[in-house]
Design a protein around this ligand. Structure first.
Ligand code: ZN
Length: 476
């Protein structure tokens, strides 16, 4: 059935990458621009980002943070101050070398991230223990000159928030790092219906300049992982490089302990690849720009449109409702709003009005339910909650089915081929083994999960004593 209707979308199981590209464009989330690797986020895509952003911004403020805005440009000398950081980002920064017709005396970097800008500012505003903690966040765009790009997943420019905080002690900084990781997890699980695995990145995969990086990892429909949010504990590394010191209560000079954490438009890519199907997008109600689309049937008949508009006004008090009263055929509208992943379609025609009922069609299961109009204000929110929960449970079930255990390297390799997904395996902690696994399987270590399991005593790669259980996967 699906293929008959939606001729333009490649089937997921046929070519997942093409399916993804078809969905982002046909669902009208983005358009391509004339700059390679850059995308235009269309109103529907931006409304989706706005919802995610508003939910996250509220939580960021509720946890005591303030929004600020840092400049777009970073002087080369400033970026050079922290050695690991500059090495990590140098390969993908965009340079400004000229202003108007004049060559600049110092090259500028278009921010790939803003650690150094915050550090420079913190050095100027933090002097005493009374100035701590500093809990700042900014919503901004950043630029990373990526070689291969895909809409939302990897683009030259993307939108995000980056939190940057400074604390008196290491413990406080650590508490902050985990607190914000949990905020990201709550956005993913409660709003986007995406289950996540929380854990720590290995030394190899951690952020350039961080003491420790924590991550939430999610699993896409095709069995590849996607890093969905990261939170970094910097220790005093940046503070020492930038001279950010405060006088403690005993009058001694101390370095501040810092964190940073980021959440990006990449998550929209995850949303598409976790919930989407052969008909297009499926958006969880809590994230959906439009939760209910009213499609009038036989709208030329007297009273139908008036009734539909009245219904829209009533329901707008309890949900985000829109109506398509254009002269396009209902069948076209059904396909269009299925493609856009709108959680519920509400059909109302002359017969329904006569019978004092409407037809609700769920996007997640395509099930039809007839609901008396008198019960709509109760039944509709219930249905939206049910869809939200169903999408989360479905994604969790998929992740569980696609999570395997491997005890040897050949087993890890074979499982990745036959059942792509998360592979749990023991690891000795050596970089050499991590690199060998990547080389032979193309899977990377996704995280050392907080919830550890003891699968065996031996490293999956070298057979020596294992230190951690690690989630491995091919990743976006
Ligand atoms: Zn090993």
């Amino acid at each position: 059935m699906a293929k008959e209707f939606v001729k333009d979308v490649t089937a997921m199981d046929e070519d997942f990458a093409q399916w993804y590209t078809d969905v982002v464009t046909k669902a009208d989330l983005i358009d391509y621009s004339s700059v390679r690797g850059s995308m235009i986020i269309r109103p529907y895509g931006f409304a989706l980002w706005d919802n995610i952003k508003n939910e996250l911004d509220r939580r960021i403020k509720e946890t005591g943070h303030e929004n600020v805005y840092m400049p777009l440009f970073i002087p080369e000398s400033l970026l050079q101050k922290e050695k690991d950081h500059v090495e990590g980002f140098a390969p993908e920064v965009a340079w400004v070398t000229q202003g108007g017709s004049e060559e600049l005396t110092e090259r500028l970097v278009v921010r790939p991230t803003s650690e150094v800008l915050f550090c420079e500012h913190y050095k100027n505003i933090i002097h005493s223990y009374r100035d701590l903690p500093k809990l700042y966040n900014q919503w901004a765009n950043v630029v990373r000159w990526e070689k291969t790009t895909r809409p939302f997943l990897r683009t030259l420019e993307f939108l995000w928030q980056e939190g940057h905080t400074a604390h008196a002690t290491d413990e406080e900084a650590m508490e902050e790092t985990i607190k914000m990781l949990n905020v990201y997890a709550s956005i993913c699980e409660e709003i986007l219906a995406i289950p996540v695995v929380k854990g720590q990145k290995t030394e190899k995969e951690k952020f350039a300049g961080a003491k420790a990086t924590f991550t939430i990892e999610s699993l896409m429909h095709d069995g590849k992982a996607l890093q969905s949010g990261t939170s970094h504990h910097f220790g005093t590394g940046f503070a020492e490089a930038f001279g950010i010191q405060y006088t403690d209560q005993e009058g001694k000079l101390q370095y501040v302990h810092q964190t940073s954490w980021g959440f990006t438009t990449r998550i929209i890519g995850a949303l598409i690849m976790v919930h989407g199907d052969d008909r297009g997008l499926v958006i969880p109600p809590k994230a959906a720009p439009i939760q209910v689309m009213i499609v009038p049937i036989a709208q030329h008949k007297e009273g139908v449109l008036d009734f539909a508009y009245n219904l829209k006004n009533t329901l707008s008090r309890i949900a985000r409702v829109d109506i398509d009263a254009s002269d396009k055929k209902p069948g076209w509208k059904f396909n269009e709003y299925e493609m856009k992943g709108i959680p519920v379609r509400l059909e109302i025609g002359p017969k329904d009005i006569e019978n004092k009922q409407v037809v609700l069609v769920r996007r997640d299961t395509l099930e039809k339910v007839v609901v008396p109009i008198a019960e709509l204000e109760v039944k509709l929110p219930e249905l939206l909650d049910e869809i939200q929960a169903n999408l989360y449970n479905k994604a969790l079930k998929h992740r569980e089915e696609r999570t395997s255990v491997a005890l040897t390297l050949p087993e890890l390799k074979e499982t990745l081929e036959t059942k792509p997904g998360f592979i749990k395996a023991m690891w000795c902690g050596d970089l050499a083994c991590e690199e060998k696994i990547k080389e032979e399987t193309t899977a990377t270590s996704r995280c050392i999960p907080f919830e550890q399991e003891h699968l065996s005593d031996q490293c999956v790669c070298c057979g020596k004593e294992a230190k951690h259980m690690v989630y491995w996967a091919k990743a976006y």
